[in-house]
Design a protein around this ligand. Sequence first.
Ligand SMILES: C[S@@+](CC[C@H](N)C(=O)[O-])C[C@H]1O[C@@H](n2cnc3c(N)ncnc32)[C@H](O)[C@@H]1O
Length: 309
Amino acid sequence: MHELQPDLFAEPESQAAEPALTRAPQLPSRKSHIELVHGDFLECAPARVADGSIDVIVTSPPYNIGINYSKYQDDLPRAEYLNWTDRWAAEAARCLAPGGSLFLNVGVRPKEPWGAWEVAGVFRRHLMLQNVIHWIKSIAIDKRDVGKYPGITQDVSVGHYKPINSDRYVNDQHEYIFHFTHTGEVELDRLAIGVPYQDTTNIRRWKSAGGGLHCRGNTWFLPYPTIKERAKDRPHPASFPPALPERCLRLHGLVGIRRVMDPFLGLGTTAVACARLGLDAIGFELDETYLAEARTRLAHEACKVKDET
Ligand SMILES: C[S@@+](CC[C@H](N)C(=O)[O-])C[C@H]1O[C@@H](n2cnc3c(N)ncnc32)[C@H](O)[C@@H]1O
């Protein structure tokens, strides 16, 4: 049977409310300084980013799965792609502070399921893999599996995905977020993205342990915000939802972050999350069309933008 390649960043099939970006309670409100660089990360970063000056990197590189970007060719020979990955991983590791975190979002196509792990394997030459997080875009929950769970009265299926027409592959509804650090021992602020306990019978003990919150774990349900018109509302074939960089930044711990970096900025999603959290950031993007959209998005945020070519 003919198999259609999935559009990893497909339009919503179902409608879900945009997850609200909460403001950073830990930081005093301040205007972020966001630097946008139009150019190749590998060429531009050395002159603009000092060694160890970036506390958090949140990024999603081209996955080399034939995504239709307006400029970038996403179909390099595999060896060439992994070689390029090695070069930018080294540059990112140079920029990353000793206690910093690099969150690397990678997706695959069903025919090449090792792709994300190959990229992670290249990063292993430069950094330690501290956590593997699964970005869940859509999930189905059967009522019979949850029993008398409050609020779940029937089978539910939530989030957005595009079905794959295949008798070999199941629909692809997740991507990876690899969390790399220099040492593998960076302390995180787990409860900054914690989940409230639902069983309140032992709430007093739990409250003293974590303010009523427990660790969210490594499955993050982050559906794409609902949009009306793809070309206008999300003019990029491979962006991540704003809640993704926000969650990564909070997990690292907002206090003490001097500067955030995204080597592959796209529509500027990481920069927008930084502006909302009061953090400074620098981002690089090859394609002026995407960068223009990033500028438009940042114009709605309380931040100062510096443009560079
Ligand atoms: C997966 S997308 C990033 C999307 C972004 N996370 C967002 O939410 O919009 C990768 C981006 O990297 C850009 N790109 C590719 N090679 C680059 C390079 N060498 N330097 C800077 N940007 C590059 C592409 O134009 C594309 O927009």
